[in-house]
Design a protein around this ligand. Structure first.
Ligand code: ADP
Ligand code: MG
Length: 592
């Protein structure tokens, strides 16, 4: 108080300063941009010149143009062009996507076959391909389908009758389109973050579902601009099929101007129609791109029809669910959302990356329902251990079992059979994983993230999955975020959704890999609170963390790792206050 009075007293300019801060009587003069103005005038002049010359030069023949623009043969040709474009775009895209998936597949033969196809088809000029297809009847007189090495014939037809000019054009455009489109799709697939695949695999989603629900929709963001470029190119290259004497738009126009010699006006007829097609395609592209950008930006502009439907849609979030009620341990709710914890036994596992031994003969036993904190310096193998437990990482030696079932193998007598990926994915649902970087699916809403795996993998009905998802979201205090996209949430909220997503599968074991390391300090608490509530509710927890205070409070057992070895295990009190091993003491001295 005294300070402000003094301050006012010593400042003699208070009154004038007040007058100066009253800006209401000032007038604003926008900045002048002489260069920009000159550019605008120049552009207007060029435009005027072009328009003047096109409409005053009689040789453009706009009256002939008008006469032919909607003429029947032109419209029939246009129809053929559109049909060819649409058919080749659809079949080329489907074939291209299949080729791209083949190229990134794990089968070397399939990948090479796809590579060879793309190499060949990208090398052959379009016009050559079209002519070869049109002359296929010369190479093979009939097309026959029969049972190999027998005389049985199921189908036999002369090639020339089967491969009409239209069929040849369709086939040529499709083959050519698919080769280029395959590389575009592959580029899109490569652009999707690896963490997305790991999250999908950790939820046990089948491979097909991973590809079509998680990877491709996200890849679409980078596929669409180049993909549409390709389709627009395709619409133009349909003009090339005139070499097959197929009366599409361009060929029709040629036939007409050879008769009436009005070359330019008829070429303009074709040009303007192509312009119309490209404009429509560009508009379609704009809307499709906007659709696939959902979740990619924090403030998406809704599509016109979306805004319309949103007004009529009943809000999804149940208003009754309390927001801050972190009552994971409580008995609220009807569904039995708690799983029985699994007992994890790790028998002498080892893992090397090249010459580097990352896990060296690890032995560990985690009773059902226990909470284990794994600590240790960076690079000591903590993440690799967690990833080995749910078989995201294959170990070189040793075994891991959950409730007696070996992870990754089935046992018949003394023989262990390695499981196929399909079966590994199914079993993985017993072991949930929460990642450092959350790895939520950004193109799906919070609700969709939560119900995807329960429906796909556990076979729940949508209603059951939604009811359970609501319950879980209430428990992590995020009921009001059910329709938000992950990028619209804070880091702490995203991690709480990620925990709810892992719980949605009712796992026996839940693995946390530094769940708070990517968070700002003030957001760490809200995530740790959720994990604290989870502890001792049944599920077995394994938590890699640097939060020593949290580990001390929550864990039954603390495991200290260094250089791929377990150096020390014990109760938090024992390890944190009275570590036996000097290395443990040295590490704790640094982090405490
Ligand atoms: P932590 O989680 O304890 O920091 P990690 O388990 O991630 O350690 O890694 C342990 C060691 O293994 C590190 O030295 C790391 O560089 C190495 N490593 C992990 N994954 C791979 C891999 N896929 N290829 C090669 N080296 C790897
Ligand atoms: Mg790690």
């Amino acid at each position: 108080m005294a300070l402000t009075t003094d301050f006012a007293n010593v400042d003699p300019g208070t009154e004038t300063a007040e007058k100066k801060t009253d800006y209401s009587r000032y007038r604003i003069v926008p900045a002048r941009h002489p260069g920009r103005t000159a550019g605008t005038i120049f552009a207007a002049l060029v435009l005027a010149l072009i328009l003047y010359s096109t409409f005053t030069n009689p040789r453009w023949g706009w009256n002939v143009f008008a006469e032919w623009f909607f003429a029947e043969p032109v419209l029939v040709g246009l129809g053929r062009t559109l049909l060819l474009t649409a058919l080749a775009a659809v079949s080329g895209s489907i074939l291209g996507t299949a080729l791209a998936l083949a190229r990134v597949s794990k089968s070397p033969l399939l990948a090479s076959l796809s590579w060879g196809y793309i190499w060949l088809l990208r090398s052959i000029p379009m016009i050559v391909l079209l002519l070869v297809l049109n002359n296929l009847g010369y190479l093979y007189e009939t097309i026959t389908i029969g049972v190999p090495f027998t005389d049985k014939v199921l189908f036999d037809y002369p090639t020339t009758q089967l491969l009409t000019p239209f069929a040849a054009a369709f086939l040529g455009l499709t083959l050519n389109q698919s080769a280029f489109f395959a590389e575009i799709v592959r580029g899109g697939i490569l652009s999707v973050d690896q963490g997305q695949l790991e999250a999908a695999a950790a939820l046990g989603l089948p491979r097909r579902r991973q590809a079509f629900r998680i990877v491709l929709p996200q890849a679409m963001r980078s596929i669409l601009p180049t993909g549409f470029n390709e389709i627009i190119g395709l619409a133009k290259s349909t003009s090339m099929v005139y070499v097959l004497a197929l009366p599409e738009l361009f060929y029709t126009v040629q036939v007409i101007y050879r008769r009436n010699l009005e070359v330019i006006p008829l070429l303009m007829v074709a040009t303007v129609w192509y312009l119309v097609i490209m404009t429509v395609l560009s508009i379609v592209q704009h809307y499709i791109e906007r659709y696939f950008s959902r979740g990619a930006v924090r403030n998406p502009t809704p599509l016109p029809f979306q805004a319309y439907f949103q007004r009529f849609r009943r809000p999804l979030s149940a208003p009754s669910a309390s927001v801050n009620g972190l009552t994971l341990g409580g008995s609220r709710g009807t569904a039995d959302w708690r799983a029985k914890g699994g007992a994890v036994r790790i028998h002498g596992i080892s893992k090397s990356f090249g010459a580097l031994k990352v896990l060296d003969n690890i032995e560990l036993s985690l009773p059902a329902g226990s909470v284990t904190a794994v600590i240790g310096p960076s690079g000591s193998g903590k993440s690799t251990l967690l990833r080995a437990i749910n078989h995201l990482e294959r170990v070189d030696g040793g075994f891991i079992s959950v409730d007696g079932d070996l992870v990754g193998y089935t046992q018949k007598g003394d023989v262990l059979y390695e499981l196929k990926e399909k079966d590994i994915l199914k079993r993985r649902t017993d072991i949930g994983m929460v990642f450092q970087n959350f790895n939520l699916f950004p193109h799906l809403t919070v609700l969709e993230n939560l119900i995807e795996a329960p429906i796909q993998v556990r076979g729940l009905s949508r209603d059951e999955a939604v009811a359970f998802a609501r319950e879980l979201l209430a428990r992590v205090g995020l009921s009001d975020k059910i329709d938000a996209y992950p990028r619209q949430l804070s880091g702490g909220q995203q991690q709480r959704v990620a925990i709810a997503r892992a719980l949605a599968l009712r796992p026996k074991v839940l693995l946390f890999d530094e769940p708070t390391s990517a968070l700002d300090p003030e957001l760490v608490g809200e995530v740790l609170d959720v994990i604290k509530e989870l502890a001792r509710t049944g599920t077995t927890l394994v938590i890699v963390t640097h939060e020593i205070g949290f580990a001390r409070e929550v864990a039954d057992t603390v495991v200290f790792m260094e250089g791929g070895h377990i150096i020390e295990t014990g109760s938090p009190a024992q390890v944190f206050s009275d570590a036996r091993h000097p290395r443990t003491r040295a590490f704790l001295a640094k982090v405490l």
